[in-house]
Design a protein around this ligand. Sequence first.
Ligand SMILES: [Ca+2]
Ligand SMILES: [Ca+2]
Ligand SMILES: [Ca+2]
Ligand SMILES: [Ca+2]
Length: 583
Amino acid sequence: MERESRLIVFAAAMTLLSCLNPLTGRVHAGVYDDVVAWWHFDYDPNANGLADLDEIRDQRNWGTTSTKGVGGKHATSLTGLLGGPSWENAPSLRPAGGQEYGGRSMLFRPAVNTENNTAWPDTFQANGLGLAGSATLITRLRWDGKNTPLENVVWLYNNHLEWNAYRGWLFGISTNAAGGRLAFYTQRTTSTMDATLTNGVWYDVGMVVTDYGTNKVGTVEFYLWHETGSLVYQKFNNIGITNSINPSPRTIVGSENHSNGYAAGNNHKSFNGAVNHLAVWNRALSFAEVNEAFGNPQPLFQIGIKNNSPFDMRPESETDAEYIPGDPWHTMRRAVTATYREATLKIPLTNHQARLDYMFHVRTQTENNAPADIELIVNTFTNEARTAKLSNDLYWHVTTNMLFTGTNTFTLRYLSGTSPYIGFDWMELAGAWQVGLEDNSPSEFVLESSVSADYFVTNPNWKHVRRAISSGTTNAHVNFALSEELARRCFFTYTTRIVSQGGAETNQHAFSVDLNGTPVRSFQPVPNGTYIRIPLEQDLVQAGMNTIKIRYDDSPAIGGYLQFDFHRLEVSDIPKGTIFWLR
Ligand SMILES: [Ca+2]
Ligand SMILES: [Ca+2]
Ligand SMILES: [Ca+2]
Ligand SMILES: [Ca+2]
């Protein structure tokens, strides 16, 4: 941590004493909590490189080795020349940051017979899954181009489209001379994004369908995040969205047709490429939620869905104790017991990550709500034991003195208790991040006018951070997500340092900082080298995405700029006061 050498001002000691104000209007701790199907495509126990029926599982209710979880939207049938899609074992890129889903992807390679112009698609079908009304699809995909003689439009996702019944829809890629473009189809209308995909490149992709009801104009939104780290967004009005669905629905992934053999017609509309993970919701996600889903988890680590169930992970008897972020979720222990006492996370930290404090938070499950004690060991530090119960949230403040640069070990250990097990609903190591290096230079960022104002802290590419605010480019927005639990319970402090200012008439410029649209502080001009450290009012911190907006406040007639060294969020158990100082 930096040390203040010359204190300029100490102001506004926090008077907030109520640290548990319930937030209003927020339901979701994490955007994936209400996902209705989420395939991670990461399981090939027979290691034959083929996606067998048992291997395509909905992570929400994964189950055990022998039995798929009840209620999960698992694959119910397959098609393909090889029996179904294949697995690709190379890791995907992670365009928006976030997490690798198991280092494996589903590979769709429709077979084509050029002699009689027929195709045999690679697909899986999930019976019992259909999306009515508003819906969202989030995926990470690589399109490998049109596979001749496939048609100019190929479908990745068939939400039980029924011709002439005007039910369901298709999502996929439409091609023209410029390349592939994201496309949405109902029998009434099609919406096609203008931006084109490059063959063989990974994208984080989102589509949000909003159905306002019969005879109302609906909307389709496309999100396309290229592997170099920039988001393209486009929204369409679509008069055709009155999305009713068959009462016994099914979903096809990989093509429009779930036809197991060569055929013409809709068999030609088959997706050719790889999909790392695919999630769908039965509601329209907001812009902030889509970005939260892309970058999940927020720094540093998260596993499990908040659903009062440990079955999104795997029985402790079927897993070893260690879990590395990015490994398949089915390799993570869902519980610790007197027999299988430990679950150990091996979390890599960079130099600047290791210099921050974090909160470790786990929601537990126990038998009949009986208590049992658990402790958290961080590297060589054994923290105080906590008592787990059913749907209990346990917290440990992990301080920087426990951490180092490299792979850090976090072990949850069952101690003793009435409950013979402590299950995990979900857990996170989170609450703090740093964007940029504290090195008195803005050179890791880019010219402010060359990128969007919005930067998401999960984006690994700092060349998408505005290095300055100026009279011409007045805003920089730093976006980050928090779980509902941390947003309610903890205190957060934002810090930046102004490293260089300039422009006409004056060398120093006024600026201000907003949190989630509410002004927090306004600053008269300060010298270069000034640290700006602002405690974020807890009432303004929210579950889900938060936005810190830094705004240039000098007269537009004064063509000036202020440059940033870094942006940082710190977390603590107690409120802190505003401070700014020079070094
Ligand atoms: Ca297999
Ligand atoms: Ca995967
Ligand atoms: Ca869970
Ligand atoms: Ca810097």
